[in-house]
Ligand binder design. Structure first.
Ligand SMILES: *[C@@H]1O[C@H](CO)[C@@H](O)[C@H](O)[C@H]1NC(C)=O
Ligand SMILES: *[C@@H]1O[C@H](CO)[C@@H](O)[C@H](O)[C@H]1NC(C)=O
Ligand SMILES: *[C@@H]1O[C@H](CO)[C@@H](O)[C@H](O)[C@H]1NC(C)=O
Ligand SMILES: *[C@@H]1O[C@H](CO)[C@@H](O)[C@H](O)[C@H]1NC(C)=O
Ligand SMILES: *[C@@H]1O[C@H](CO)[C@@H](O)[C@H](O)[C@H]1NC(C)=O
Ligand SMILES: *[C@@H]1O[C@H](CO)[C@@H](O)[C@H](O)[C@H]1NC(C)=O
Ligand SMILES: *[C@@H]1O[C@H](CO)[C@@H](O)[C@H](O)[C@H]1NC(C)=O
Ligand SMILES: *[C@@H]1O[C@H](CO)[C@@H](O)[C@H](O)[C@H]1NC(C)=O
Ligand SMILES: *[C@@H]1O[C@H](CO)[C@@H](O)[C@H](O)[C@H]1NC(C)=O
Ligand SMILES: *[C@@H]1O[C@H](CO)[C@@H](O)[C@H](O)[C@H]1NC(C)=O
Ligand SMILES: *[C@@H]1O[C@H](CO)[C@@H](O)[C@H](O)[C@H]1NC(C)=O
Ligand SMILES: *[C@@H]1O[C@H](CO)[C@@H](O)[C@H](O)[C@H]1NC(C)=O
Length: 809
């Protein structure tokens, strides 16, 4: 790397250049250039680095103890002026530079490190980190005895920039030179196209960027002194993979900045004026030119490609056509001429955001497109910037993905089961001594959830997500991604860094009841995994947040597909399959483990549908483990949703699995009738679905209540069987209601009866174009009906399920 000959050449070139060109045209509003540890100001070209070993009023430095260091040896720096590296400032404790900012917006921060030995301080061994605003910029940047220059760009939205140097406890920090200055607005766009991710645009407004590579194609280096923003553009030859596929071209005079949107601040003419060109003579034309860069996996990168047609001339007009690939993803096709109104030599650049997944390499390739026979394929410049991670740093993330959470799940389940078994054993012993047997208990083991709620929560199952990861997944809880709103808070659609789609329920922190339900839900969901129960992906409780992350369910709630929306009408067969799925989920809850779980809030808004309309039961915020034997606890709170509540539970406050069966019966009625449980704008006798349905049946007019859109579709045998099971579920006394297992069995035979009769019928399940709202007067009444049940205050959890897609589509 260090080549004295080279160095002398560069210094000479610099010297000549400095004489020729005194100003490069860009004058930053904010500019702080410090030659740290120096007692003399140092002029480099048209810039003056201020000695910081003197009294200065342009910024403040707070530091407990610091030392000015100088070195006798001649430092060697390939690209930057090495006179900056003769001195350094050493910090023995956390120290802050505080710069007043006049112009808010993007600023460039450049940190120069050149370790040397000063007395007892061997800077090669210094251990420290540097942070700015809320971003942690770097840790131990220095390596060996060569200079390291770190460059960042931050959008500063306050009137002060605080740059902190934080040494590790027994170590120290140092810095040789420092640049902070504002850059023109057009340098970093507010958003950029993404590839390899579902959401199309990525906002860059609030991100910090770290320069990973800045390359001038055409085997030429552009020195900081020759760039309006003092950037270094290194030559591409060491990154180019298959060198004999490309040839280097240079034609700086062809670059024409007039009339374009691209200014010299984006990249200077010396960058646009050189290029690496795909070799046309090469018989192996069907290939790509590829440059390869080292990156950290799991982080996002902003890649900027610079193009300028310096190879065509006006007589041949062959043009530049390029296919662009980042790793193996296509980043699109570029017809440079049409982007630059066919002005030859007009610069153009494009930005793409991409994620380095498992790969430690980021490969940028350009290839020929098949549009015309002999296009020019060139690239003039390339910049790669690392985007800060969810924690506001630039280190590869400590893996937070659903892949690892699966491992965590296994561990969690093992730990969980163990705790469960021990706890259950203790409780059984305890209960057998203290209590008479519970009649509804059927001899199964019993576990009290009541005060035990914190057990799983505090045992850190491993689903815990950092808040910043969710900020990133939901684009900082963007309103555009809200898929549901309710009393509990909002539900956002999010995409995790491994591209898993998730629903993110963010609770509002006020209510203490919310916190209990938040915990219960995490506990319950983390214990069970079943095809027909919605999966927990994680949670976040940082900063008093109550956030639960679920698998994303494309089709929202069952409720929304039954009434009050424009979704296509569900066929009878689909409805039965959804009922069967939910019954399986509930049956598993009731019987799937030694301890039965009572859901307590079964309703159509808590049954979610995935992309194949497979049903999954959601919202375990009110769930209870086992028939509740803690009498005092039960008598304090009857919970559930208005209209679905088991009347027996209401009066006796005895909670059993049969309460879920009752609520499920109400859901079956909703499915059959396609109307809300409580519908206040109807005539009085019809307001309550259960009363109306039971009355109509006893008057022998069952057909009246069937969803008009299903009439003619349901076979009478199927209808009768369905009604029979629904009626049993709605029985006044729990002990006469069937178990979920019986319900499931009966629903399956209902479907069988329908199938037998339906052999000849069409298979197109989404019948006609009748939407779910059309047979009812206005949808505003549904909103009213919905809010009535919420305002009734019976259900404090406003389930994400209920909210899902109420606002979308
Ligand atoms: C360095 O320059 C600053 C302003 O540019 C000036 O205030 C200061 O006196 C100079 N210091 C020395 C040692 O010349
Ligand atoms: C800076 O100013 C203080 C007084 O305000 C003075 O005591 C000190 O010697 C000055 N330091 C230098 C390097 O000029
Ligand atoms: C430095 O700090 C003092 C006291 O906090 C403040 O009055 C002064 O304005 C600051 N100066 C700069 C340049 O920020
Ligand atoms: C460092 O600076 C001091 C004066 O500030 C000078 O006496 C000493 O010789 C310098 N050391 C080297 C190695 O340049
Ligand atoms: C400084 O530390 C580096 C890295 O540990 C080591 O290679 C070098 O010999 C040290 N220099 C001195 C003078 O101790
Ligand atoms: C840093 O974050 C805290 C809270 O997270 C916030 O209050 C503060 O304004 C942030 N500071 C800056 C400079 O953005
Ligand atoms: C830098 O370190 C290398 C060995 O790591 C050594 O050969 C070289 O002399 C050192 N250069 C300076 C200027 O100290
Ligand atoms: C900087 O952040 C502010 C506030 O988020 C935003 O309005 C502005 O557009 C951002 N500027 C840039 C250059 O991204
Ligand atoms: C690229 O530049 C380097 C140094 O300037 C030179 O040694 C090398 O031969 C050049 N490569 C080509 C293919 O021209
Ligand atoms: C700087 O760029 C100009 C063209 O803009 C070029 O003429 C000059 O040779 C370059 N100087 C250096 C030192 O690269
Ligand atoms: C540069 O482009 C403009 C149009 O944008 C054109 O009018 C002008 O003639 C061009 N200059 C040269 C030197 O080609
Ligand atoms: C260029 O690279 C991309 C991505 O690796 C690949 O899909 C494409 O087939 C390559 N093109 C040619 C002509 O090899």
């Amino acid at each position: 790397m260090e080549n004295p000959g080279n160095f002398r050449l560069i210094v000479e070139a610099l010297f000549i250049f400095c004489l020729v060109n005194l100003s490069l045209g860009f004058n930053p509003v904010d500019e702080f250039l410090l030659d740290c540890g120096s007692s003399r100001n140092r002029s480099l070209g048209d810039r003056q680095f201020v000695a910081d070993n003197s009294n200065t009023s342009s910024y403040n430095l707070s530091t407990p103890q610091h030392i000015f260091a100088n070195s006798s040896s001649n430092p060697i720096s390939l690209y930057y002026d090495s006179s900056l590296y003769r001195t350094a400032r050493i910090f023995n404790g956390p120290s802050d530079y505080s710069f007043p900012i006049k112009e808010q917006g993007r600023h460039l921060i450049r940190l120069h490190f050149f370790p040397f030995v000063y007395g007892k301080y061997n800077m090669s061994n210094a251990k420290f980190s540097v942070s700015a605003q809320n971003f942690s910029l770097t840790r131990e940047p220095q390596s060996g005895n060569v200079s390291v220059v770190k460059e960042y760009s931050l959008n500063i939205t306050s009137n002060r920039l605080v740059l902190s140097f934080i040494p590790d406890s027994v170590s120290f920090a140092f810095i040789n030179a420092l640049e902070v200055f504002s850059i023109p607005e057009n340098i970093v766009p507010e958003e950029a196209k993404t590839i390899g991710r579902k959401d199309d645009k990525r906002s860059l407004r609030d991100v910090a960027l770290e320069t990973v590579a800045r390359v001038d194609m055409g085997n030429s280096t552009v020195l900081p002194q020759n760039d309006t923003l003092w950037r270094l553009w290194v030559s591409d030859d060491e990154y180019l993979i298959d060198k004999n596929l490309g040839s280097f071209v240079s034609n700086v005079s062809a670059v024409n900045f007039t009339g374009g949107l691209v200014t010299e601040d984006i990249a200077p003419a010396s960058v646009y004026g050189t290029a690496t060109r795909f070799n046309l003579d090469d018989p192996n034309l069907n290939a790509n030119l590829t440059w390869s860069f080292d990156v950290d996996p799991g982080l996002d990168y902003l890649v900027r490609l610079h193009f300028c047609d310096i190879v065509s001339n006006s007589s041949t007009q062959q043009g530049v056509f390029v296919e662009i690939f980042i790793n193996t993803h296509s980043a699109g096709h570029l017809d440079l001429g049409s982007q630059t109104s066919h002005v030859l030599g007009a610069p153009y650049f494009m930005d793409v955001c991409t994620r380095a997944h498992d790969s430690r390499k980021l490969n940028v390739s350009v290839g020929s497109s098949n549009i015309i026979n002999f296009p020019s394929v060139i690239l003039n410049g390339l910049e790669i910037m690392k985007i800060n991670n969810a924690a506001g740093g630039f280190d590869a993330p400590e893996v937070v993905s659903s892949r690892t959470s699966k491992i965590a799940l296994i561990v969690g389940l093992t730990v969980g089961l163990f705790v469960f078994v021990v706890l259950a054993a203790v409780l059984i012993l305890f209960c057998q001594r203290r209590r008479k047997p519970d009649p509804g208990n059927g001899g199964r083991n019993v576990h009290v959830a009541g005060n035990g709620t914190a057990i799983f929560f505090s045992s850190k199952i491993g689903y815990r997500f950092p808040f910043m990861a969710l900020v990133e997944a939901t684009d900082n809880f963007s309103e555009n991604l809200v898929i549901g709103v309710g009393g509990f808070g909002k539900v956002y659609k999010g995409v995790l860094w491994d591209e898993t789609e998730v629903a993110v329920k963010r609770g509002t922190p006020q209510s203490s009841q919310g916190l209990t339900e938040f915990r219960t839900e995490i506990e319950m969901l983390s214990q069970f995994r079943h095809r027909h129960l919605v999966s927990l992906i994680g949670y976040c409780d940082e900063h008093n947040e109550m956030i639960i992350i679920y698998e994303y369910m494309e089709n929202g709630t069952l409720k929304n597909h039954l009434y009050g929306s424009s979704h296509p009408c569900l066929s009878w067969r689909q409805r039965l399959e959804i009922c069967i799925g939910s019954a399986k989920g509930l049956h598993y809850l009731h019987t799937g483990s030694t301890n039965s779980i009572i859901h307590r809030d079964v309703k159509s808004a808590n049954i979610l549908l995935d992309k194949n309309f497979m049903a999954k039961v959601a919202d375990f915020g009110l769930s209870k483990t086992g028939p509740d034997i803690d009498r005092t606890h039960v008598s304090t709170a009857v919970k559930g949703s208005f209209g679905y509540l088991d009347p027996e539970y209401l009066t006796t406050q005895q909670l059993t699995e049969k309460s879920d069966v009752y609520s499920f019966g109400v859901v079956l009625l909703e499915v059959l009738c396609g109307r809300p449980v409580i519908y206040p704008s109807l005539p009085r006798e019809k307001v309550n679905l259960v009363d109306w349905a039971l009355k109509s049946r006893s008057n022998g007019r069952l057909e009246d209540i069937v969803d008009p859109r299903l009439v003619g579709e349901i076979k009478p045998e199927s209808l009768n069987k369905f009604w029979e099971i629904t009626e049993k579920c709605l029985g006044k006394h729990g002990i006469y209601r069937p178990s979920m297992g019986d319900v499931l069995w009966n629903l399956e035979s209902t479907l069988q009866l329908q199938r037998n009769e339906q052999k000849t019928a069409h298979d197109g399940e989404l019948s006609s174009g009748i939407s779910c709202g059309e047979h009812l007067e206005t949808s505003s009444e549904f909103i009213l009906a919905g809010s009535v049940s919420e305002l009734a205050g019976v259900s404090m959890t406003t389930v994400f399920a209920q909210m899902l897609s109420e606002q979308t589509r």
